[in-house]
Write a protein that binds this ligand. Structure first.
Ligand SMILES: *Cc1c(COP(=O)(O)O)cnc(C)c1O
Length: 405
């Protein structure tokens, strides 16, 4: 069928809504951390489908889980529960602070559930006045209208009519601003422990402690958006596990399905009681195919072998990027954690992250940006050493081309 129709990139502009601007190449096949396009050109994948393909492309354990479940049962809706969903919820509860799980299909939906739960909890326990959500500049929480309004880039939420109310944005990592803003009116503080889309910006230890202490003082909930940082990305199952604080609500998506759409909101038993029968829902949430794949993902990722491997791979990539930088002087800093890394462009290359991306694709490397000044790398958590080495070589050639102009 694809041959008969001769599908091309030009057709994107004819038949798709123009909200994306995809690359010129059309990948058709992936295996591990390598991808091939329609012409058979090979790419090394340092992007991982935006931190989603945590086990690369077509990992045998995930293919097996999907095809096995695909022969058994695809969908029921939440009128009935199913075995893969029960198993995945149990794994998430056993592996984290949480007692209860709500399944959704995307990061935005998990965050939407988290925000609605926080509002309902505050309303039930403290009354209608307690409705303020505090969030942070450059934060990203998805594209539904509530989540994009909580996100910290007004450009993404402007132009769609009246916004959801009582949302306050503060500078990230600014303890004094937080102290001044949190009050008994605050219902939740929502944040990424390491801002992803916003530029690979880690929360400081002091800031995290202030978030937890101020939330406790004012009976507000702490919501960690771990959609990008979760599922081993930072070398821990969830990033909160390597901080001194524990959130009240945590959201997970992206890598949870390793490429199959699934998301989860985790919380405590006490908070969960406020999402009573009928208060919220989703047709597909807890879909058996998605949960079967999620179980296979956790089976591989939540092991000391994979999590330790993330730290070793981080080291290799950091060393490679430092080596490239020593030669070409393009970065001011390599930041981030585990396999969520950002190469921050120095003064000379401000605003040019996309140029590095385009040059990388031309050299056979898939990478990402995080804003105009950061080149982002989120490869598979099990990317082979050989692919890291070759990917870095290709990135060096891309850097050389950008520098040569
Ligand atoms: C990607 C992302 C989201 C949105 O997830 P979708 O699946 O695109 O809805 C939300 N929060 C963070 C931190 C993300 O990185």
């Amino acid at each position: 069928m694809s041959n008969a129709m001769n599908l091309t990139r030009a057709q994107f502009d004819e038949v798709m809504v123009p909200n994306y601007s995809p690359a010129a190449v059309i990948p058709v096949r992936g295996d591990g951390s390598r991808v091939w396009d329609q012409e058979g050109r090979e790419f090394i994948d340092f992007a991982g489908g935006i931190a989603v393909n945590c086990l690369g492309h077509c990992h045998p354990a995930l293919v097996d889980a999907l095809t096995t479940q695909g022969q058994k049962l695809w969908h029921l809706s939440n009128v009935m529960t199913n075995e893969p969903a029960l198993e995945l919820a149990t794994r998430l509860v056993e592996g984290t602070f949480a007692d209860k799980v709500y399944f959704a299909n995307s990061g935005a939906e998990a965050n939407e559930a988290a925000l609605k739960l926080a509002r309902r909890y505050a309303l039930d326990k403290f009354g209608a006045e307690k409705d303020e959500i505090i969030a942070f500049n450059q934060g990203f929480h998805g594209r539904t209208f509530f989540t994009v309004s909580v996100g910290g880039q007004a450009a993404y939420s402007d132009g769609f009519g009246p916004k959801p109310q009582s949302i306050t944005h503060l500078p990230f990592n600014d303890v004094a601003a937080l102290e001044a803003a949190v009050s008994d009116k605050t219902c939740a503080i929502m944040m990424e422990p390491l801002q992803g889309e916003g530029g690979i910006i880690p929360a400081s230890k002091e800031f995290l402690q202030a978030v937890r202490a101020l939330a406790d003082k004012h009976n507000a909930l702490v919501i960690f958006d771990e959609v990008q940082t979760g599922i081993g990305r930072t070398g821990h199952l969830y990033a909160y596990m390597d901080t001194d604080i524990v959130p009240d609500i945590l959201t997970s998506a992206k890598a949870l399905g390793g490429g199959f759409p699934i998301a989860a909101m985790l919380t405590t038993a006490e908070i969960a009681t406020h999402l009573k029968v009928g208060t919220h829902g989703s047709t597909y949430g807890g879909n058996p195919l998605a949960c079967a794949v999620g179980n296979a993902v956790l089976g591989v990722v939540n092991t000391s072998e994979t999590l330790e491997g993330v730290k070793q791979r981080e080291q290799m990539i950091r060393e490679g990027l430092e080596r490239i930088n020593a030669k070409y002087q393009v970065f001011s800093e390599i930041r981030g954690k585990g396999l969520l890394l950002g190469a921050v462009l120095n003064d000379k290359y401000q605003g040019r992250s996309r140029d590095f991306l385009v040059a990388s694709v031309a050299e056979g490397l898939m990478a990402l940006v995080a804003g105009a000044n950061v080149v982002r790398f989120t490869p598979s958590l099990v990317i082979p050493e050989q692919d890291i080495a070759e990917g870095l070589q290709r990135f060096e050639q891309a850097v050389a081309k950008v520098v040569a102009g």
